[in-house]
Design a protein. Structure first.
Length: 127
């Protein structure tokens, strides 16, 4: 259903440090700058971009929005979370761990990136 996801940033250098570490923790390569100056990350068939807003206004996070990233294991989610916190992200909500709800057992870890975008690492635990 999705082709890509993009978030805005007020400081692309800070975002590159954060996202290179975050995605590097799950085996992705560092981001590259495209011809428009956007950061582009490609991994496992997914594309994630970081850009300065084209309208010239400051970037801001969406209220109520979360971008989720699939993880292969709880250990991978923990490495993702740790890399994010160590590179300018902020841990939010409950600490990484198992949550049970109508969707089953999930291992979740939440962060905000340096611009305040809410991110989630998600691993579905087999029943």
């Amino acid at each position: 259903m999705f082709s890509h996801m993009m978030v805005g940033s007020n400081d692309l250098a800070k975002s590159k440090t954060f996202y290179d570490a975050l995605f590097g923790a799950v085996g992705a390569k560092p981001g590259i700058h495209d011809d428009r100056g956007r950061l582009v990350y490609m991994h496992n068939g997914a594309v994630f971009l970081v850009t300065r807003p084209i309208d010239g206004e400051p970037a801001c996070p969406g209220n109520g929005g979360t971008i989720g990233f699939g993880m292969e294991s709880p250990a991978q989610a923990d490495a993702w979370h740790k890399a994010g916190v160590e590179n300018g992200g902020t841990a939010i909500e409950d600490p990484p761990g198992v949550r049970e709800n109508g969707a089953g057992r999930l291992y979740l870890a939440y962060l905000r990136d340096p611009d305040g975008n809410k991110l989630c690492a998600l691993h579905r635990i087999a029943s």
